[in-house]
Design a protein around this ligand. Structure first.
Ligand code: SF4
Length: 289
């Protein structure tokens, strides 16, 4: 079993403090939503679309979000109104990003409008579940709400865009967890437009980069990217910062995205890496003299 060194909290904090946030923020889908931070309604609507589109490389994601913005005249508050789905259906018809289609986004707009009308905001819906049963229940309530109600199951392939931690498939629910981080955390670079969701309750958005580095730093022993791994990595980060464990997510993720971590032993890159003493690739092998 691989465990971090006792100095790991100091190493991780050093990585955080020296991280070039400005460089990496330009390479993050959150940069699409940050200009709306002063308008919580527009930010929460734009955020769920940006998070839903967060598949593939960031240039394509930013391009897809810009395309969406043009199609709705940059009026994300209107897109999240009860009639938003119907109003923009034809404008969205030819939209494509990877396997996500415009008819799915129009249906999503309809669900967002309905939920905001019924609950006041997506944040209130999430918070109701959080207060009743914890983070997974909050995410479950959000996911089930976005999937739609009644017998209308939405366009082909729509419902799978919104997995729940309480589903049998045990998805890591990366994009929804990322969305909740964006909306709830008040620390930079997140928006903090939702109130009543303590940072201590958040869970790590476990993408491939975060999983790789979390595994190699000994924050999890799980090879599978599922909800159990999300809980394990979050619990390990809580040992470092119980109040705001997810503040390290951006840094861990962009260490991988930026190429700062080559994901192999390469002394030219790994030499100055402050978490190298904790990295499995550089720890002495058992039995080695
Ligand atoms: S030591 Fe190298 S491989 Fe390990 S985390 Fe740092 S940069 Fe990545």
């Amino acid at each position: 079993m691989h465990h971090p060194t006792p100095e790991f909290p100091a190493h991780l904090e050093a990585l955080y403090r020296q991280f070039p946030f400005d460089r990496s923020l330009a390479q993050d889908p959150l940069s699409c939503v940050r200009p709306l931070a002063s308008d919580p309604a527009a930010a929460e609507v734009a955020g769920i679309f940006a998070a839903t589109l967060a598949i593939g490389n960031v240039t394509a994601i930013r391009g897809a979000f810009a395309d969406l913005g043009r199609r709705v005249d940059q009026d994300f508050a209107a897109l999240g109104e009860p009639r938003g789905g119907r109003r923009y259906r034809s404008a969205l018809r030819t939209f494509r990003h990877r396997w996500i289609r415009g008819d799915q986004l129009a249906f999503l707009a309809g669900q967002v409008g309905r939920l905001r009308h019924e609950h006041g905001s997506l944040g209130e819906l999430f918070r109701s579940g959080l207060e009743e049963g914890g983070f997974a229940h909050g995410l479950d309530r959000l996911a089930r709400g976005l999937r739609g109600n009644g017998t209308n199951r939405g366009p082909r392939g729509y419902r799978v865009l919104f997995p729940s931690p309480l589903d049998g498939a045990h998805s890591p629910c990366k994009r929804e967890t990322l969305y909740v981080r964006w909306m709830s955390r008040t620390g930079f670079p997140d928006l903090g437009v939702w109130t009543g969701v303590p940072s201590a309750d958040l869970r790590i958005p476990l993408d491939l980069h975060v999983h790789w580095i979390a595994y190699h730093l000994g924050l999890t022993h799980r090879r599978s990217r599922n909800w159990a791994t999300v809980e394990e990595v979050t619990a390990a980060l809580r040992q470092v910062d119980p109040v705001d464990p997810i503040k390290y997510d951006f840094v861990l993720c962009h260490t991988g995205i930026s190429g700062d971590c080559p994901k192999e032993r390469d002394m030219r890159v790994c030499g100055p890496c402050v978490v190298r003493p904790d990295c499995l690739l550089w720890r002495p092998r058992r039995g080695a003299s």
